[in-house]
Design a protein around this ligand. Structure first.
Ligand code: IMP
Length: 199
């Protein structure tokens, strides 16, 4: 079983990875480790930046041996907001205390009649301790709800309705999210890449 350092402190992502990648053994990013910079303009740049930054840090400070580092950069891209908040999803409306407030603020930015189409995007970067990093990505198309609905999942789940559903990710069972989410698709692509790299 591959032992992988997960370069994230996002509790929502951590929960999802343990279900979506059950064949990996995860080591968590330590509480005293630095915040990983994400200064790129694209999900792929940020995912690679986090994976490589975490690998460099771990090589110097790591307390156990791991096979590689996994980083996730993801976000919600709203067409009427020219793809925003996108890579800035985690930093959107920094003064607001909760994702419920951030979600409501985002909805308030859309006029009633606006195109409400949106997508969640996830790019995973895997940096083996020895070798070149690679990425895998996934997306799910959908639209923004008119209200914050449901409290399942995390982040912007309660305002996003995936295509083909009439409920938000916040209302759908987590098992349903795992059949069609951006992260589930990225994890499926990552598993293929990991298998190929070990063959
Ligand atoms: P980052 O990848 O650390 O830049 O943060 C991504 C942000 O996008 C998260 O903090 C969430 O706000 C949002 N996000 C990413 N994936 C999801 C998801 O599956 N559901 C809800 N929000 C998400």
């Amino acid at each position: 079983m591959l032992k992988v350092l997960l370069a994230s402190r996002n509790a929502g992502k951590l929960r999802e990875f343990s279900t979506l990648l059950p064949d990996l053994q995860f080591v968590l990013w330590p509480a005293d480790a630095p915040e990983l910079p994400e200064t790129g303009a694209f999900f792929q740049d940020n995912a690679l930046q986090k994976a490589e930054g975490a690998r460099t840090w771990w090589l110097e400070h790591g307390t156990e041996s791991v096979d590689g580092v996994l980083a996730d950069d993801s976000g919600l891209c709203v067409d009427a907001l020219w793809g925003g908040p996108g890579v800035l999803s985690a930093r959107f409306a920094p003064g607001l205390p909760s994702y419920a407030d951030k979600g409501r603020r985002l909805l308030a930015m859309l006029p009633e009649a606006a195109d409400r189409t949106a997508r969640f995007v996830c790019v995973l970067a895997f940096a083996p301790m020895k070798g070149e990093p690679f990425t895998a990505s996934g997306a799910v198309e959908g639209s923004l709800a008119f209200d914050h609905r449901g409290d399942s999942g995390f982040g912007y789940d309660p305002i996003f309705i995936p295509d083909g559903c009439d409920r938000t990710f916040g209302e759908l069972p987590i098992e349903t999210k795992h059949t069609l989410s951006h992260r589930a698709r990225a994890c499926a692509a990552l598993r293929v890449r990991l298998k190929a790299s070990r063959a």
